[in-house]
Design a protein around this ligand. Structure first.
Ligand code: SF4
Ligand code: SF4
Length: 237
């Protein structure tokens, strides 16, 4: 398949599955048969992924992309051999960096969960066509990636405002909103992929969804406190 189809989620999954290194071979840059030039997408994804690996304490050299044509057999063999030597020198994933298996699994799982949001937050830079090799290394910076993770949002449904219309639950792509008829809806923060759809679709007249950045959202209401406020008032009157 086109190297542009290799997703950040695939790379992280390979590491989650215990691979010590990931090597991506793409067609030569500027020689794409289509107008898509997906190999540039792959290049930008790899540059970001390498910064993310660094951020979680893994060596970025564990991920490499190289570009070649189907006639470049020798180049491919040399590239792979060199990559294998590099990864062997780094040692097993995690152990080579002094990270225990449980901590490594937790860090990778956290990144995997955030992949949709990372792609959304960095969509413009991920779509950049980096024709100038000189600009590639600095396209994503360590500080930028650190800021990205500091700014991970959390979406919270205000129990005083939610009217249980169910629109957000119907549109959430990962079923992260617990709702039900005449029940204040609640975001499951563990499942939420931070897409922001609930904030966008909650009707203007309710405005029940809030985005929190840098501070944790309040805890969700207890099970017996999930009757929508307006209905509670109506029931009392
Ligand atoms: S931001 Fe809202 S819609 Fe998106 S995954 Fe989280 S709960 Fe679901
Ligand atoms: S949070 Fe908004 S969209 Fe979701 S159920 Fe409540 S009122 Fe409706």
């Amino acid at each position: 398949m086109c190297s542009g189809r290799v997703d950040l989620a695939h790379v992280i999954r390979a590491f989650q599955n215990g691979m010590d290194g990931v090597y991506i071979g793409g067609c030569r840059l500027n020689e794409c048969n289509y107008i898509t030039h997906g190999n540039y997408d792959a290049l930008a994804m790899v540059l970001l992924a390498r910064r993310i690996l660094e951020h979680i304490g893994l060596h970025p050299e564990r991920l490499r992309i190289e570009f070649m044509s189907s006639a470049d057999g020798i180049l491919f063999a040399e590239g792979v051999n060199d990559f294998v030597r590099t990864v062997k020198a780094l040692g097993p994933l995690g152990r080579g960096e002094g990270i225990g298996p449980e901590e490594l699994a937790a860090r990778l799982a956290e990144i995997q969960k955030l992949v949709p949001w990372i792609k959304l937050a960095k969509r413009e830079k991920l779509a950049a066509r980096l024709t100038d090799p000189a600009g590639r290394e600095g396209h994503f910076t360590a500080e930028e990636v650190a800021a990205l993770f500091r700014e991970v949002p959390a979406y919270y449904i205000d129990p005083r405002k939610c009217q249980a219309c169910g629109i957000c639950a119907g549109r959430c792509p990962v079923d992260a909103i617990d709702g039900g008829k005449q029940r204040v809806h609640v975001v499951d923060q563990e499942r939420c992929i931070k897409c922001g759809t609930c904030l966008a679709v909650c009707p203007e007249r309710f405005q029940a969804v809030t985005r929190f950045v840098g501070v944790p959202p309040p805890p969700p209401p207890a099970e017996d406190e999930r009757t929508p406020v307006r209905r509670k008032k109506a029931a009392a009157s």
